[in-house]
Design a protein around this ligand. Structure first.
Ligand code: BG6
Length: 499
C-alpha cells in the first residue's frame, strides 16, 4: 500500500461526468486512491452532465469503466464502500440557476460533517465549454475561498499562443491563479518525477550535467496506436500540439532545469519557466533545418493491416495534419549552450515507448590498442518513462580474456525489480495532489504560454507550406526519412531501448 497522508474533507464535482475521461481515467484513479486509503474519510464525488442518469445507473456505468481500466479490478465490497460516496446531477451549463444545486450540495456536506470541505471542480469537458462554466461558477460564494476551492483544467490548453493567452485571461478574471490546476498527465508519472531525484539527490550526475560533458539529449515518445477514433480532435491538433508543446517540453524542462532551492510549487515552476524562456526561438526561415513532420500511410503493424491516417474516422481524405513531429532545440544558457535537444513523437510507430537519452561526450581512447577501441561507445544514460520504467547507464567494460577488448555494457535500475507492488497511475498522483492543494506538478499560466511561444514558428511555417509527400511513413517504422536526416545532419542517430 502506498503512503498517503490523510486529507481533509473534500467534494469533487466532475463536469463531463458521463464522458470518456471520467470513465477511463478519473473514476478508476479515485477508486485506486480509495483502495490505498488516500481519500479523505469525508468525501463526495459528484458527476455533472446533461445526460439523464439516476444515481444507481450512473454508478453502474462507472463500474464498467473501473472494471475495464482500473489497475485494481473492483471487488464487490470495496466497490460498494467506494460508490456510496458517488452521486450524479443533471445540469444545463448554460442555465445560471442550475448552478445553485452545487451550492446546496456543498452546504449539505458542511452540515453533515460540520466541516468546510475543499471543493474541486474538474473540467473534463471540451475546452470551449470551460469559459461557459467558470463564469457562473465564480458567482457562487464558496468559490471565492482561494485556499479551499480549486479548478482542474484538462488539455488542450489553447490551440496556439493567442488562444492560450485568451484562455488564461478568462480563467484569471474569475479565479485566482493559485486555484487553477492545469493538468499535464506526464508530470504525474513516477518516472518523470524521478528525474528530479536522479539529478538532485545524487552527487554523481549533477557535476557532469552540462555542456562540458553532455554531447546531446534525445526525448522520444513513440506510439503504436493510431488516432483511436479521435480524428475530429486530432485533425485540428497534430503531433506538435498534441505531444511536443506540452508533454515533451515538460520532460525537457525536467532534464534541463537548474536545481531548485526547495520543492515548493512555485520554486519548481519558476525553474522550469527559466528553461522555456531560454529555449532559442527558431527563425521561421530556418524551420526546415530544425523540424520534420510526417503522416502515416496504410500498412502492417505487428501482423495486422492498419488504415492510413487519411482513412481514419473524421479525418479529411486530403489531410495535411502531421501524425509525426521531430524538432531540434537549443537552450541558450550557461549550462546548455551548444547542446542540441532532439525530440520526436509519432503515432503508428514501431514501438510504444517514451524515453530520454543523455548522450555523453566520447572519452579519449589514445591509451588503448586500436582493436580495443573498435566498439568504443560514449557513455549514455537512458531514462525509460513508459512502458519501460528504468534508468540505464551504459559504459565501457573489458571483455574477459587475454586481450584488451572493450564492450559497452549496461548498469540498470528497474522499478519492477526494486519496488514491490504497482506504482500509482499518473491520474492518481495528480488527483491526490489537487485534493491536497499541491500545485507542483501542474502547469502555471506562464509555463503554458512560454511553451506555445517555442512551437509557434514551426506551426506557422507548417501551416503556410504544404507538406511534401504525405503520407510519408509506414506503420511499424521509426517515422519519415526527414526525421532521420534532421539528426544525421549533426552526425547523430536516434537511439532507443529497442534498437
Ligand atoms: C495524450 C495525447 O495527451 O497523450 C494522446 O492526446 C497520446 O494522443 C497520449 O496518445 C499519450 O500518453 P501516454 O501516457 O500513453 O504516453
Amino acid at each position: 500500500m502506498l503512503d498517503y497522508k490523510k486529507l481533509s474533507s473534500t467534494i469533487i464535482f466532475i463536469f463531463g461526468g458521463s464522458g470518456d475521461l471520467n470513465f477511463r481515467k478519473l473514476t478508476p484513479a479515485l477508486y485506486n486512491l480509495f483502495l490505498d486509503d488516500a481519500l479523505p474519510e469525508k468525501f463526495n464525488i459528484v458527476g455533472v452532465s446533461r445526460t439523464d442518469y439516476t444515481d444507481a445507473a450512473y454508478k453502474k456505468h462507472l463500474l464498467e469503466g473501473v472494471s475495464q481500466f482500473s489497475r485494481n479490478k473492483p471487488g464487490e465490497e470495496s466497490w460498494a464502500a467506494f460508490s456510496k460516496h458517488i452521486s450524479y446531477i443533471k445540469m444545463d451549463i448554460n442555465e445560471k440557476s442550475h448552478y445553485e444545486q452545487l451550492e446546496k450540495i456543498v452546504d449539505a456536506h458542511k452540515q453533515k460533517y460540520n466541516e468546510t470541505p475543499s471543493v474541486v471542480f474538474y473540467m473534463a469537458v471540451a475546452p470551449q465549454l470551460v469559459p461557459v462554466i467558470i463564469k457562473p461558477l465564480s458567482e457562487l460564494k464558496f468559490c471565492h475561498e482561494v485556499r479551499t476551492t480549486r479548478l482542474v483544467i484538462e488539455k488542450p490548453f489553447g490551440h496556439d499562443l493567442d488562444s492560450a493567452r485568451e484562455m488564461n485571461s478568462i480563467l484569471t478574471k474569475y479565479f485566482d491563479e493559485d486555484q487553477i490546476y492545469r493538468i499535464d498527465h506526464y508530470l504525474g508519472k513516477e518516472t518523470v518525477q524521478n528525474i528530479l531525484a536522479l539529478r538532485f539527490a545524487n552527487a554523481l550526475f549533477e557535476p557532469i550535467w552540462n555542456r562540458n560533458y553532455i554531447d546531446h539529449v534525445q526525448i522520444s515518445a513513440t506510439e503504436t496506436v493510431g488516432v483511436e477514433g479521435r480524428g475530429g480532435y486530432y485533425e485540428n491538433a497534430g503531433a506538435l500540439r498534441d505531444m511536443i508543446q506540452n508533454h515533451i517540453l515538460q520532460l525537457l524542462c525536467m532534464v534541463a532545469m537548474e536545481p531548485p532551492v526547495s520543492f515548493n510549487a512555485n520554486e519548481i515552476r519558476n525553474k522550469k519557466v527559466d528553461v522555456l524562456k531560454a529555449v532559442r526561438r527558431i527563425d521561421k526561415s530556418n524551420v526546415q533545418d530544425y523540424a520534420a513532420r510526417g503522416q502515416y500511410r496504410k500498412g502492417w503493424l505487428k501482423g495486422q493491416e492498419v488504415e492510413g491516417y487519411r482513412n481514419e474516422k473524421d479525418v479529411n481524405p486530403d489531410s495535411e495534419t502531421e501524425t509525426f513531429a521531430a524538432a531540434k532545440f537549443f537552450i541558450d544558457n550557461w549550462r546548455w549552450e551548444g547542446v542540441p535537444f532532439y525530440v520526436r513523437t509519432g503515432k503508428r510507430m514501431h514501438v510504444k515507448s517514451t524515453e530520454i537519452t543523455i548522450q555523453f561526450k566520447r572519452a579519449p581512447d589514445y591509451a588503448f590498442p586500436k582493436e580495443a577501441a573498435d566498439t568504443w561507445r560514449p557513455n549514455r544514460l537512458s531514462i525509460g518513462i513508459s512502458p519501460e520504467m528504468d534508468v540505464c547507464l551504459r559504459f565501457q567494460a573489458k571483455r574477459p580474456g587475454q586481450s584488451m577488448i572493450l564492450n559497452p555494457v549496461d548498469m540498470v535500475f528497474n522499478y519492477k525489480d526494486s519496488y514491490e507492488g504497482e506504482e500509482p497511475e499518473a491520474y492518481e498522483t495528480l488527483l491526490y495532489d489537487v485534493m491536497d492543494g499541491d500545485a507542483t506538478l501542474f502547469m502555471r499560466a506562464d509555463q503554458v504560454e512560454a511553451a506555445w511561444e517555442i512551437v509557434m514558428p514551426i506551426l506557422e511555417v507548417w501551416k503556410q507550406r504544404k507538406p511534401v509527400g504525405f503520407p510519408n511513413y509506414s506503420p511499424d517504422s521509426w517515422g519519415p526519412e526527414d526525421s532521420e536526416a534532421l539528426i544525421a545532419r549533426d552526425g547523430h542517430n536516434w537511439v532507443s531501448h529497442f534498437n
